[in-house]
Design a protein around this ligand. Sequence first.
Ligand SMILES: *Cc1c(COP(=O)(O)O)cnc(C)c1O
Length: 411
Amino acid sequence: MITINDNYLKLQASYLFSDIARRVNTFKEQHPALASRVIRLGIGDVTLPLPPACIDAMHEAVDEMAKGSSFRGYGPEQGYDFLREAIATHDFEARGAAISPNEIFISDGSKCDTANIQELFAQDARIAIPDPVYPVYIDTNVMAGRTGVAHGGRYAHVTYLDCTRANGYVPALPEHPVDLIYLCFPNNPTGATITRTQLEAWVEYARRHRALILYDAAYVAFLRDSKLPQSIYEIDGARRVAIEFRSFSKTAGFTGTRCAYIVVPTECMGYDRAGNAYPLHSLWNRRHTTKFNGVSYPVQRAAAAVYSEAGQRQVRELSDYYLRNAALIRETVSALGYPCVGGENSPYIWVETGTDSWAFFDLMLQKAQVVITPGAGFGACGQGYIRISAFNDADKVREAMTRLQAALPKR
Ligand SMILES: *Cc1c(COP(=O)(O)O)cnc(C)c1O
């Protein structure tokens, strides 16, 4: 008899996006005349095409693959030097964060990286996860058997880090010790950012408890406030206690192309039961080279083109475009009297509705044919909130905001 991993039975079914789809379809069936009016501001996916610099580089790389003299088979599992060097220079050295190319591991996505990294840690590692949250952090820990079972929507062995209006959506340090801490800034779903001082407190906490921070910076390209940290390695001491995740998905429109990376500094340590320290870099290198065979050469060439002069200008145009949408969304909901966060250094706006998330979802669909994401789908603290995404065409966002002005009750 083949016995299953019964941790999978502890997963709470995620109905969020299927529920949204079902409600939208029902609405369209009941109101066929309005069906084509539906505008989606619920998605966490980019809509603009890849930057021309990336497309050119990818074409050239494909041509290289077509000739015997320049064909490439398996590449280094950790990624090609040309990409790792460009990343170290532009994303870290330029910010005063000392990260060397060999501390960077190229992968096919941060979703997989944030999930796979857990393999390095003990089964009984105590985890701290923000609420509301990108569901991947929670569900992958459930699969790994680290959470216990859920009661009333929360898992018994998870320390939830509540992100609320009272704390500015930046969680307070946990009251009892934890070992593995997930942080994501600029945040999905709230769009909140973390200051240098706040991040210093987390690094200090991790050092004191020999804990590890998993820092997801997937939305770094949207940071415009130059005082905010872009990388956790801008904080002194972070090299010992933090792993950072970055992705080309939101930065350069690679959601369908797939390229990301993880930074594991050589000083970053984990411990055995006796308290002996082991560099996580060696463990991750072993894991990555054993279980992963590298990102395709044309995709790595396309990613490296992000760091060319033209590429830098073009990716900036992409994030500027979405940020203009975000500014309009923020202005509109604020003028209607709804408190919100995000949208200034992030493509997401987290809006306090004052009513049930799903009721507000239905209201927006019925009255304005605008689809958003109910905050309750991201965790208990998301109840009473909605997430509006700026990833869409500017004219659609303008139209959606005109409709909201007409349809939403003023608060
Ligand atoms: C979109 C997103 C990512 C990126 O995931 P990829 O697998 O690299 O596309 C990572 N973290 C968060 C929180 C995200 O929203």
